[in-house]
Write a protein that binds this ligand. Structure first.
Ligand code: BGC
Length: 812
């Protein structure tokens, strides 16, 4: 069953039934100021950091689901309704929500009146603009009462939810004309406040929540709306809100716009006050003036659209398959921007107070984003590397506002350092900017021990070399990419966290075959980089470690039919035919085949066939099999999940592309493509009821074959799945790979395809690439011509001349 449809021309997903199987959300803003918004206007707003600077309150995991948001209540005679159906839940005559590129518009119609609410954050602006358009389609004059509503969060979203003995006494507001200012804690250590304005005179307002709703009413029945009149309350402590009350008269056919601005201001210490206890409102008023007419708002939206036109013109495919084209050209790239901005911090599954920016996560996110805005990727790489330690280890996460490592989560995840090599080389290959390697970057944010970024890559590489186990394989540490494979944790106390509890690492024999494969892939990249820089001795040293690792994998990591996953604390195999459960895992097989370890001896083919046979299902490739059915204290969290969920044998979508890429390395275009389609959301739209999450973005996991409801997805939006799938489809299946000296073209497609076209902007030129496949092969470039001239390599040079170049590639 569908709940809407794609509108590719406008780059929108159009939801036509508000009762989606889960709130289907969108993100507003793409730099400093952000909002999450659901298809019924639920969600919240924050500046930079969803934990430390939350502007509006939201209730996660509430009853009913998706409670709190940017609501409008419209009272027409005795009927109260909301354009997004919620919160009033009055049946609408029609409903439509359009989620687009960083904007959402929600339209409802009731009794001859249409209310359309457009929400977006204009570029370079610390504010969300809301344009409410009311249209009278009826033949009668309509006298409407409009109430806006948001609820202020007391800034620190974590403290906001727990410290009520303080919170209930701190709230402060100011009201001036049609603007409500939220200034809680402004007079002490904060230099920031928020505001909510409307561009017309108001007939009233409320800022005290209890007065607005009534103590025992829900969002669906504010007493002020029922009474048809606001109470002009000023909040003193308790829970401050902002609600405007506007009386509107509409002639038949008449249309009126109202512009609301929800903004954030920071003032310097000596500019905080206008007079005693009266905040300096200058900056707020400037922003309000920038958007005080519908024409100005429309122009700002047009700017935002142009911004996205530009970003999405960098890589486009024309394959003839609209589901593929809309993912590659629109939604997958959009999701990559979102994961770049938020890492794993704020979604409808990530509360914004738990996880900040992940070291490994944010590096991986770059591979789907770096082509969009390389300069921002550059800054991110430096931020991430600044949280590394001198021995190459690092904090697992950091806070976006402070950019400091998060001590609560700690470190010791031994895959983490290697991802910095991936992030950095992806940036250089895209931009050609080697200068980043010479940047002085601190360790643990301490500039006195800064070294070049290149040195950070060296210590990343050496962190593996210096932490090898008894088989010469990488020690796993707290965990590798699979956060839940906690081989040194031995937790038998329900009150401790698998991720942070003290590990028994001393004398541990726990080694990871996944890190081994990762090391071979990015170790080789490190070697190539060293050679490019003329550091031949370092290249030779690194190469010998890579070669030794390959030997160790072949000797101790091969199980006969596939690569084993790990050795446990005691040195026993995990992911082996010898095991009763968890005989085979996806990660080590993905990475060791991507690394091509034992390719000549047929190991990669065998491993991929085993994955196909034992892990492939209708909804994608499950992480391991058989699922764990009991708790193994020596394996940790992975065995804590019921079979089929999360890291215990779900389709963990993040790592499916590792197998897709492995298949392309082996030349199996058909299989890579089948795997791609199984988890790609646009192909799952028709099973939205089962799939549950948005059909326009990837989720982290889909319940596996052992689960209660196979095929049900969770944790949409903030997942490495976005960048890895974009990377797999664009660089390995469609096969257009940025490299140091040009674009490599090496597709691996289903043999049924006859042709496809890609337009790629790269280093200052536009490449119009046409791939022809008359013999219906999957892989192998037979001939290449550039601007009509035959070329004897599939590396297309850098032109940098601002012009278009036609590239024709014949497979065969
Ligand atoms: C985390 C990743 C991790 C993955 C697998 C995700 O939730 O953000 O860092 O690699 O789970 O455990």
């Amino acid at each position: 069953m569908n709940f809407g449809h794609f509108d590719d021309q406008h780059r929108e997903y159009v939801i036509t039934n508000p009762r989606t199987p889960w709130p289907w959300i969108n993100y507003l803003g793409n730099e400093d100021f952000f909002s999450l918004i659901s298809n019924t206007a639920g969600g919240y707003t924050f500046y930079k950091d969803a934990k430390f600077r939350r502007l509006t309150r939201y209730r996660y995991n509430n009853v009913p689901m998706d409670s709190g948001g940017k609501y409008f209540y419209i009272k027409d005679a005795d009927t109260s309704w909301s354009p997004g159906w919620k919160p009033c839940k009055t049946e609408l005559d029609s409903y439509e929500c359009r989620h687009g590129m960083n904007y959402t518009s929600i339209k409802g119609e009731k009794n001859g009146v249409t209310a359309s609410a457009l929400y977006f954050v204009p570029l370079k602006t610390w504010a969300e603009v809301q344009k409410l358009t009311l249209t009278n389609h009826s033949k009668a004059v309509k006298k409407l009462k409009v109430f806006s509503f948001i609820e202020w969060c007391l800034w620190n979203a974590a403290a906001d939810m727990e410290n009520f003995q303080r919170n209930f006494s701190t709230g402060e507001v100011e009201i001036e004309d049609s603007v409500i200012y939220h200034k809680t804690e402004y007079k002490e250590r904060r230099d920031h406040y928020a505001y909510y304005s409307v561009n017309v005179p108001v007939q009233g307002y409320d800022t005290d929540r209890e007065s607005f709703f009534g103590l025992y009413n829900g969002f669906d029945e504010p007493q002020v709306v029922a009474e048809g009149k606001s109470r002009n309350t000023e909040a003193h402590g308790w829970s401050p809100i902002a609600s405007h009350y506007i009386e509107v008269e509409l002639q038949p056919g008449e249309i009126k716009d109202f512009i609301f601005i929800l903004g954030y201001v920071e003032n310097k210490e000596d500019e905080k006050w206008e007079s005693k206890n009266i905040i300096n409102k200058k900056k707020a008023k400037e922003t309000i003036a920038r958007f005080n007419t519908a024409a100005k708002v429309d122009a700002a939206l047009a700017d935002l659209r142009r911004y996205w036109d530009n970003l999405l013109s960098i890589y486009t495919v024309d394959s003839g398959d609209e589901k593929l084209d809309r993912m590659v050209n629109i939604w997958n790239q959009y999701q990559c921007m979102i994961t770049f901005c938020f890492s794993r911090s704020a979604s409808f599954f990530e509360s914004g107070i738990g996880r900040g920016m992940g070291f490994r996560d944010s590096n991986q996110d770059l591979i789907g984003f770096v082509h969009q805005i390389p300069e921002r990727a550059r800054e991110r790489i430096i931020d991430i590397a600044s949280t590394q330690f001198q021995d190459g280890g690092c904090y697992h996460q950091y806070q976006p506002l402070t950019k400091r490592g998060n001590n609560d989560i700690g470190g010791g995840f031994n895959d983490d350092p290697l991802w910095l090599i991936l992030g950095t080389i992806s940036y250089i290959k895209e931009s050609g900017d080697f200068s980043i390697l010479g940047e002085m970057v601190p360790f643990d944010n301490d500039m006195s021990v800064a070294r070049t970024l290149f040195d950070h890559l060296s210590v990343s590489f050496d962190h593996v070399v210096n932490n090898l186990g008894p088989h010469g394989l990488p020690l796993i540490g707290r965990a590798d990419w699979n956060d839940c494979l906690n081989l040194n944790c031995f937790s038998n106390d329900p009150n401790e966290s698998f991720q942070t509890t003290e590990n028994k690492s001393e004398g541990s024999k726990a080694e990871s075959l996944m890190i081994a494969g990762l090391f071979v892939v990015y170790g080789r990249d490190y070697v190539t980089l060293c050679k490019k820089l003329g550091k031949h001795e370092e290249a030779a040293r690194a190469q010998s470690h890579v070669d030794t690792m390959i030997d160790a994998v072949k000797k101790h990591g091969w199980d006969g039919e596939w690569f084993i996953r790990a050795y446990d604390y005691y040195g026993r195999k995990i992911g082996s035919k010898e095991n009763e459960e968890g005989k085979i895992f996806i990660e080590s097989n993905g990475w060791c085949t991507m690394a091509g370890i034992g390719k000549e001896e047929g190991l990669c083919t065998k491993a991929l066939d085993s994955v196909k046979e034992r892990l492939d299902t209708r909804y994608g490739i499950v992480l391991n099999n058989p699922a764990f059915t009991k708790y193994y204290i020596e394996y940790g969290e992975i065995s804590s999940y019921p079979p089929g969920y999360k890291e215990n044998a779900a389709v963990f979508c993040h790592n499916n592309p590792w197998i897709m890429i492995g298949e392309t390395v082996a030349g199996n275009g058909n299989r890579a493509w089948e795997y791609y389609k199984k988890i790609c959301p646009s192909y799952l739209e028709d099973i939205s009821e089962l799939h549950k999450t948005e059909p326009y973005v990837y989720g982290q996991m889909v319940a596996g074959k052992d689960a209660f409801k196979p095929g049900e997805a969770k944790n949409s939006w903030l997942t490495g799945t976005a960048s890895w799938n974009f990377y797999a489809i664009t660089q390995f299946i469609l096969g257009i790979q940025p490299d140091y000296d040009g674009l490599i073209i090496d597709p691996c497609i289903p043999d049924s395809w006859s042709a496809f076209k890609v337009t790629r902007k790269f280093r200052g030129a536009t490449y119009k690439i046409e791939i022809q496949n008359p013999e219906h092969k999957s892989k192998g470039v037979r001939s290449v011509s550039v601007d009509g001239k035959p070329q004897d390599t599939n590396l297309i040079p850098i032109f940098g001349d601002g012009k278009e170049h036609n590239v024709t590639v014949l497979l065969g």
